[in-house]
Design a protein around this ligand. Structure first.
Ligand SMILES: *Cc1c(COP(=O)(O)O)cnc(C)c1O
Length: 395
């Protein structure tokens, strides 16, 4: 059977690995040597599961969406990550990595953030655990994402502007890496998706795997069968998809569907559909599909949803694409907005723009009446209200 997980060096087929400056090697080696023992220890599992339950609010419901199901003439179940504390799946990962950091004796957490969602989830977990938190953020993003900057500051984080390059995510990442090189002893670098050098993609996937673990139990309760026919999730870096797929990877009867953001269209030049454009290179310390120009420079991505406009994708997803284990679709800004409106009016759930890309897959696929289709609603739409107000003319 094909192996869809990371090998010891963090390779997924021809993807993954750890392409890092030599000065980071000791930090990465230390984390690689310890993360599995920590995650698999009884003590970690006990603390992690207790926080997921009482702090995050898990298990998140698996909701049978009756009116949506009727419309598409199939059985649609929504995995409600939008109901988690802080409104998305990202908290599953940050709470887990903070616990790992503590076990490693670290006292200071650094992170980078683009839209600010990962910054808020990190600052939240740091406040919870009483750890110092420094978040690097491009100066342009700080201006664009003011509410999340306020949240981070309220939570006690220091938000440091990255002033190089385009002053966006890539520049913030560079600053965070520089910080880690300078502070290897006391500092833990907390990455927000299944991206970056090994062991991050595997570590984050394991922490988000709680999503598919719960889906199995909940599907069994609701339908008598653990496995649905389809699992659908949106992908930016790919962590909510990786978590939604994790326990189904070796269940070949389950069709896995990942939906990228194609922005104004795959060929418009204003897109984040990494897999669809399909170049291979190295980004953020990992070999994977990415968007680059003829000179190998990373192309600035675009999507209406800030959480999906990432120019790469986690290496496991690149491998799932190569092996054909997952189907990759894409949805435009307009298709995502239509899906927001549909879910809101049919089910009374206002999803995040990111999550709406997964919902937009319903119009692109053909299901049978008896199929069970699980769609992960990765987050809630509160943060996107200004976009909805403008695009739906609600002023
Ligand atoms: C950040 C974010 C995403 C994209 O991140 P992944 O790592 O691809 O899951 C998707 N949905 C929401 C709500 C987000 O905040």
């Amino acid at each position: 059977m094909a192996n869809y997980h990371a090998d010891k060096k963090g390779r997924y087929g021809r993807f993954g690995g750890a392409y890092i400056p030599e000065m980071l090697q000791p930090n990465i080696d230390d984390l690689s040597a310890r993360y599995l023992d920590i995650i698999n220890s009884e003590e970690f599992q006990k603390e992690y599961l207790s926080l997921l339950k009482d702090y995050v609010g898990r298990p998140s419901p698996l909701y049978y969406a009756k009116r949506l199901s009727e419309k598409y003439n199939t059985n649609i179940f929504l995995k409600r990550e939008d109901l988690n504390h802080t409104g998305a799946h990202k908290i599953n990962n940050t709470v887990g990595q903070i616990l790992i950091a503590k076990k490693m004796g670290k006292e200071r957490i650094i992170a980078e953030t683009g839209a600010g969602q990962h910054g808020v989830a990190t600052a939240t977990a740091c406040a919870l655990m009483g750890l110092k938190c420094v978040v690097y953020m491009g100066e342009t993003d700080i201006e664009r994402q003011a509410p999340n900057v306020v949240r981070m500051k309220m939570l006690g984080a220091e938000v440091v502007p990255a002033r190089s390059g385009n002053k966006t995510l890539k520049d913030a990442t560079n600053e965070a890496l520089r910080d880690w090189i300078c502070n290897p002893e006391d500092t833990f670098y907390l990455i927000g998706s299944v991206v970056g050098p090994h062991p991050y993609p595997d570590m984050v996937a394991r922490l988000q795997a709680v999503i598919s673990e719960e889906i199995k139990v909940q599907m069994k309760e609701k339908t008598g069968k653990e496995n649905p026919d389809y699992v659908i999730a949106c992908v930016g870096g790919g962590s909510n998809a990786a978590g939604s797929f994790y326990h189904f990877l070796d269940e070949e009867s389950v069709i896995l569907v990942a939906v990228e953001a194609s922005g104004l269209g795959i060929d418009s030049g204003e897109t984040a559909a990494t897999i669809a454009l399909g170049d291979i290179g190295i980004i953020h310390g990992s070999k994977t599909y990415l968007m680059q120009d003829d000179d190998g420079q990373i192309i600035e991505p675009y999507s209406i949803s800030a959480g999906l406009d990432y120019p790469g994708i986690g290496p496991q997803h690149s491998h799932l694409k190569d092996t054909g284990r997952a189907i990759f679709l894409s949805a435009t800004d307009d298709e995502a907005l239509e899906a927001v409106r549909e879910l809101t009016l049919l089910e009374g759930i206002i999803p995040a723009l990111e999550s709406a890309h997964a919902l937009a897959a319903l119009k692109k696929m053909k299901f049978n009446k008896e199929d069970n289709v699980v769609i992960t609603v990765s987050g809630r739409g509160d943060k996107d209200l200004e976009t909805y107000m403008n695009r739906f003319h609600l002023k």
